[in-house]
Design a protein around this ligand. Structure first.
Ligand code: DOR
Ligand code: ZN
Length: 348
């Protein structure tokens, strides 16, 4: 299957994606739908997707914004945004819908549009119980929001203060620790039961925290969880290429306008869907683990979610192409990851 300059894979899925809404949808969807058969659509819109009804409406808008060639090849997998007021009956409704595949826990104030997130997870225990019963995965943004905790320690402290307890209290609940960034998170996931898995972004494996300050402040490298030190970057690559079924691809591609990134208070988020699979091929190639890419990108995710693996194939070639300085984004522009640089692998 693997030739040195070409690799053919089962079509992958993106298990963590932000596509925004309205005029922004058509600008970003085709990058994802060109590469992936499915994507877990994050619910942190300005008005968050808190109910099955809202998820259904958002799903229709996404499908409406797809290019014709993608309408039959791309399936948006919807999620609900957990709040202090989410009910157990909403979980049942979500499961019965067939299109809601998970519930996202944003600690209130942790990231973009999270102000309506959870301020007291214990108040949500009946909902977590219902999720465990329905086999509905909990997707976790794992960072504490305590302003006295150093921003680089927020994930590690979250593990100790929240995640370990949740895993212990809800052993049958499926949990995806999203966009893990630390060796601590890798160890937690590896040591937990098969009900606990994690997504890993390309940017957290390509960049360490020096990239935030390389010759000056770099707003396009600012995301949450924030980039970490080199030893953590290496731990993520080791986990992704380890053959463990617990780790799978989630780009966390999160577009913002150039203007809101290049601001006195720049938004968190990195757009990477233009290289949604190519960046991972580069990482796995460099780690001499291209033979591990297919399981990470195309098997482990659907197996964890209880969905079928895709049938189609894609082929990637070791061929450079130039990344644009900006891409159109609604009526504005977005600066993609590695703008003006090269993609080292190309989709055939
Ligand atoms: O960098 C991030 N951007 N992290 C998140 O958790 C949210 C995302 C966004 O929606 O912009
Ligand atoms: Zn995200």
């Amino acid at each position: 299957m693997t030739a040195s300059n070409k690799i053919t894979l089962t079509k992958p899925d993106d298990w963590h994606l932000h596509v925004r809404d309205g005029v922004f949808l058509p600008s970003v969807l085709s990058d994802t739908a060109d590469r992936f058969a499915r994507a877990i659509i994050m619910p942190n819109l300005v008005d968050p997707v808190t109910t099955t009804r809202l998820a259904g409406e958002y799903r229709s808008r996404i499908i409406g914004a797809l290019q014709n060639k993608h309408k039959l090849t791309f399936d948006p997998l919807m999620t609900l945004y957990l709040t202090n007021r989410t009910s157990a009956s909403e979980i049942k409704k979500a499961r019965e819908s067939g299109f809601v595949h998970a519930v996202k826990w944003y600690p209130a104030g942790a990231t973009t549009n999270s102000n309506q997130g959870v301020s007291d997870i214990v108040a949500c225990y009946d909902v977590l119980e219902a999720m465990a019963e329905e086999g509905m995965p909990l997707l976790v943004h794992g960072e504490v929001t305590d302003p006295t905790v150093d921003i680089f320690d927020r994930e590690r402290v979250f593990i100790d203060q929240f995640l370990t307890g949740i895993i212990k209290n809800f052993p049958t609940l499926k949990i995806v620790f999203e966009h893990i960034t630390t060796e601590d998170a890798v160890l937690l996931v590896e040591g937990a039961s098969d009900n606990v898995a994690a997504t890993i972004t390309a940017h957290h494996m390509l960049l360490n925290r020096n990239s935030l300050f390389n010759g000056g402040i770099r707003p396009h490298h600012y995301c949450l969880p924030v980039l970490k030190r080199e030893k953590h970057r290496k731990a993520l690559i080791k986990a992704a290429t380890s053959s463990s079924k617990k780790f799978f691809l989630g780009t966390d591609s999160a577009p913002h306008t150039k203007e809101t990134k290049e601001s006195a208070c720049g938004c968190a988020g990195i757009y990477s869907s233009h290289g949604g699979i190519e960046f991972y091929a580069e990482i796995f190639d460099k780690a001499e683990a291209l033979d591990k890419l297919e399981a990470f990108a195309s098997f482990n995710g659907p197996d964890f979610y209880g969905l079928t693996r895709n049938q189609d194939k894609i082929t990637l070639s070791r061929k450079q192409s130039v990344i644009a300085d900006v891409i159109p984004f609604g009526n504005e522009e977005c600066v993609p990851l590695r703008a003006g640089g090269n993609l080292r692998w190309s989709l055939d």
